[in-house]
Structures are given as structure tokens and as C-alpha cells.
Design a protein around this ligand. Structure first.
Ligand SMILES: [Cu+2]
Length: 126
């Protein structure tokens, strides 16, 4: 085996080890069953605003038309997030700032906060 081949094999093994280690770290840090974050629709004009406070969404039930956007404004002391049951909109855990999502399709979109299951809301698109 040439030195170059051995070095290449070594690099590949190290690479797989790093991927495995990283996956382990991510799995340990990620809140359980929280789906992947969906980027906020930055710059989109929202039609409805929901306040995210300790510990509820206010108002919990809102209605928009297809193509309209909902903006969640975070102002709690504790970290909260917005997690759609179907994973179609998922924010980061945050105490300030906002999260915007555009709803294209009619339907009911229930969501909650991943760390406070009692915090629930529904966006109705019709
Ligand atoms: Cu919360």
C-alpha cells in the first residue's frame, strides 16, 4: 500500500468518525421530536400577528386567506418556538424577534411550542 493510499484511507475513516460524532451531538442537543427549522419568510408583509408570551399564543386561533402570512412576535421571558404539527412551519426557540410563515394552501394548521405542550394554536386558512 502506498503512503498516499494509506493517508487517503486514514482521512476517509476520520471523516466518517467525525460525521458519526456530529450526528451524536446533534441528536443529544435537539429537542425530542421537533422537526427541522423552516426559515422565516423574512420581509413578507404579514396579515395577522400572534403574540408569543409566557405561556401562550395570543390569539391562539387565527384565520388567513391562502397566500397570506402570519407573523409571530416573541416577547416572553422564557424561550418559545412555533412548531407546526405537520412540520410545515417551525421556528427556532427564541425570546425576541419574530417568525413569519406564508400559508399557500387551505386547511387547519395546528401548532404548539416544543417546550410547553400546553401552548397550542391553530392557523385556519380558508
Ligand atoms: Cu413555550
Amino acid at each position: 500500500m502506498s503512503t498516499a493510499t494509506r493517508a487517503s484511507l486514514g482521512r476517509r475513516a476520520f471523516g466518517s468518525l467525525m460525521v458519526a460524532a456530529l450526528a451524536g451531538v446533534l441528536a443529544a442537543c435537539a429537542p425530542q421530536k421537533k422537526p427541522a427549522t423552516v426559515l422565516s419568510a423574512a420581509g413578507v408583509q404579514a396579515d395577522v400577528t400572534v403574540a408569543v408570551i409566557d405561556n401562550k399564543f395570543e390569539p391562539a386561533n387565527v384565520e388567513v386567506k391562502p397566500g397570506q402570512a402570519v407573523r409571530w412576535v416573541f416577547s416572553g421571558v422564557m424561550e418559545h418556538d412555533v412548531v407546526a404539527e405537520d412540520g410545515s412551519f417551525v421556528s427556532e426557540l427564541q425570546t425576541s424577534g419574530e417568525y413569519v410563515h406564508v400559508f399557500e394552501k387551505a386547511g387547519d394548521y395546528p401548532y404548539d411550542c416544543s417546550v410547553h405542550p400546553e401552548m397550542t394554536g391553530v392557523v385556519s386558512v380558508r
